[in-house]
Design a protein around this ligand. Structure first.
Ligand code: PLP
Length: 448
């Protein structure tokens, strides 16, 4: 187990103490116990929420992507989850990166990633960020308005450009067309004309249907429109149109599949951008890669009955909408609570709600759920918490940021060892199920 929380200044000392355990082959419980008890406290006394990051899940996603979209090179959207180990692993697996800002570009470059593997995919960039991209040889970006073209002409004139068009799906978790993308019919021609007059290099088309796209057919529509824009750009004199960026929007939760989208995307690409036509296809998946890899554990610190409703139990947990559950507000996510123990047979089921730790009445995690009666100190877990959660947390009201503990099974461990300089103190070789069981295990408590 490696504590990959950025804010953890004691990281190196922790790692040193793990190594001994790993080398001696001690039970993984001991490692987990160390992680959870490093301030002299044990699970019972821990008051902070934490994530288990299943590295095997992330590595699997990379494999599945390659099998499902053999023609589409992924550029992982860093904004979705910028955990350093996520970036390190994806980089080692040959995944490229979509960065939205100077800080994201720096984070990726600091891993030793070549700038040619980065797209600065923000159509409305700050001048200082464009200058930074130039200084670091990041020379691929998007635009959707005239002012951006003037800025690029002035600050980074040799940059390769993708015109971002608006083609929002109708059923989407987070629409993006409200803010980004030019109208392909009414705005694209004048933008391409201006780019040509300014002597800029437009090399392709970009779209994003919206994050959490529930309308796979929208990919067909957008790919067809993109093909028209390729022709239009050639009419304006852009003879080096070699890149199509089909954006993000791919599902990433457990029990979701890419199959439906894949059929439509692969067919549409073959129809409008057949292999060997000289166009490279890229995408910017975010949630696809990380959503299911992160499970959040939260602890109940207060319980009360709802005023005027004796039957409704209100649980207060140590993470809320100002923390990881900001995804409820920003990402329109509906989260599903699970208890560590299966109490369903021996405890009464109650109508319940779950609330965050701040003093804000707005800080509600689950509005209504039927759950077995829980105790103070019980832990509640939430799966599929890897996308658009941690990067946007705040410390409002002084509550801690959740830490991240990464685990990998043996197959993953061996696979990663071939592509990155792993040491024994990066992880222990224990499957995630084992870890969750250990956290649940009474015997560990007795052991401390
Ligand atoms: N690319 C851009 C430009 C985005 O704005 C986003 C998300 O907002 C993404 C990629 C990632 O999208 P998703 O997580 O839906 O794959």
């Amino acid at each position: 187990v490696r504590d990959v929380t950025e804010h953890d200044k004691e990281g190196s000392c922790l790692k040193a103490s793990y190594r001994k355990e790993v080398v001696q082959g001690e039970a993984a419980q001991v490692l987990i116990k160390r992680v959870l008890s490093r301030n002299g406290c044990w699970l019972e006394k821990i008051s902070d929420p934490f994530y288990i990051f299943d590295v095997s899940d992330l590595v699997n996603k990379a494999v599945i992507w390659q099998e499902t979209f053999p023609r589409v090179k992924p550029f992982y959207a860093v904004k979705c989850n910028d955990n350093p180990l996520v970036l390190e692993i994806l980089s080692a697996l040959g995944i490229n990166f979509d960065c939205a800002s100077k800080a994201e570009i720096k984070k990726v470059l600091d891993l030793g990633v070549n700038p040619s593997r980065i797209i600065f995919a923000n159509p409305a960039k700050m001048a200082s960020h464009i200058k930074y991209a130039l200084s670091k040889c990041v020379d691929l970006t998007t635009f959707d308005n005239k002012m951006e073209l003037y800025k690029i002409k002035f600050l980074h004139p040799s940059c390769n450009l993708l015109i971002r068009i608006c083609c929002d799906a109708t059923e989407v978790q987070c629409p993006l067309g409200i803010k980004f993308g030019c109208n392909p019919l009414t705005e694209a021609p004048s933008l391409l004309a201006l780019a040509h007059d300014l002597g800029l290099s437009v090399v392709g088309v970009s779209f994003h249907l919206g994050s959490g796209c529930n309308e796979p057919a929208a990919f067909r529509r957008a790919i067809a429109i993109s093909a028209n824009i390729f022709q239009l750009a050639q009419k304006f004199g852009f003879m080096n149109m070699y890149l199509l960026n089909i954006g993000g929007g791919f599902p990433g939760n457990k029990n979701t599949s890419l199959d439906k989208i894949a059929d439509i995307v692969n067919d549409s690409l073959n129809e409008w951008f057949p292999p060997n036509n000289g166009v490279t296809i890229i995408a910017e998946p975010g949630r696809y890669f990380v959503a299911s890899a992160f499970t959040l554990s939260t602890k109940i610190h207060s319980i009360k009955k709802r005023p005027n409703d004796e039957n409704h139990i209100m649980y207060f947990i140590n993470d809320g909408v100002y923390g990881s559950f900001n995804c409820i507000l920003r990402d329109h996510l509906v989260v599903v609570p699970k208890t560590f123990y299966d109490y369903s047979r021996n405890r009464p089921i109650h109508e319940s709600s779950i609330w965050g730790p701040t003093c804000d009445g707005f800080d509600k995690v689950v509005d209504f759920v039927n759950m077995p009666l829980l105790d103070m100190g019980d832990w509640i877990t939430f799966e599929d918490m890897g996308a658009y959660t941690k990067p946007a947390v705040s410390t409002f009201d002084g509550f801690s940021l959740p830490k991240v503990f990464a685990i990998a099974n043996e197959i993953t461990w061996n696979k990663l060892k071939n592509v990155m300089p792993l040491t024994d103190d990066h992880f222990t070789t224990v499957p995630i199920v084992g870890i969750i069981k250990m956290i649940k295990s009474e015997s560990i408590k007795d052991d401390v």
